[in-house]
Design a protein. Structure first.
Length: 204
């Protein structure tokens, strides 16, 4: 699946012509862990920034939009007076099918698979005025001062929609549903809500 996703992305990028649109974008993320082995998780705030390539499919409303994004995921939990925050950083490649409608103000819906590669992160725990932090690394290790997350790849689905105002400002709301687990012996998945603002740059 990972090989197919990247092969499709490079094939799409190779087909870019002067009728395509480049979309730099940035925004906020609200993420939490889900799955049968986690409970009482709250949304943790992070950020995302990246670049999309919108590739029209014929003359109709459909297009394909591969992206290359940096995104922060993770979760927050509170037990008594102890607050724990986990922040995980990924390089993520979604490939979305997009349907756009309208004229001066355009509305769109999009959906598709995504693949993330873990880069690292931070874990912070606070109790009253005391706090402790640790780096997060993906893979296995024996450093007692590091928190390890076993699975580096994060496969999921993204779906959402947005509005394009006067072909100049794009406001996007998207939900990322994690399908792969972060650990092999328990079911823990990334889920995230993204709010981004983009500036489409027409290349024609």
């Amino acid at each position: 699946m990972k090989k197919l996703l990247f092969t499709s992305l490079f094939a799409l990028l190779a087909s870019v012509t002067f009728s395509q649109t480049l979309i730099p974008k940035a925004g906020a993320t609200f993420s939490k862990l889900g799955g049968s082995d986690v409970e009482d998780q709250k949304f943790n705030v992070g950020f995302t920034l990246g670049l999309g390539f919108n590739l029209p499919v014929g003359a109709g409303p459909l297009s394909i939009q591969p992206e290359l994004n940096f995104i922060q995921k993770g979760s927050k939990s509170e037990f008594g007076d102890i607050t724990s925050k986990l922040k995980l950083s990924y390089i993520e490649v979604p490939v979305l099918v997009k349907a756009t409608f309208g004229t001066a103000t355009k509305f769109y819906f999009n959906a598709g698979p995504s693949l993330g590669i873990g880069m690292g992160g931070k874990f912070k725990q606070t109790q009253g005025s005391n706090s402790a932090e640790a780096d997060v690394k993906f893979g296995d290790g024996d450093d007692d001062e590091v928190m390890y997350v076993e699975k580096k790849t994060d496969f999921g689905l993204q779906f959402g929609g947005g509005v394009l105002i006067a072909d100049k400002i794009m406001i996007d709301i998207r939900y990322g549903l994690g399908l792969s687990t972060l650990e092999s012996d328990v079911t823990i998945k990334n889920n995230s809500l993204q709010f981004t603002v983009g500036v489409p740059l027409n290349l024609k």
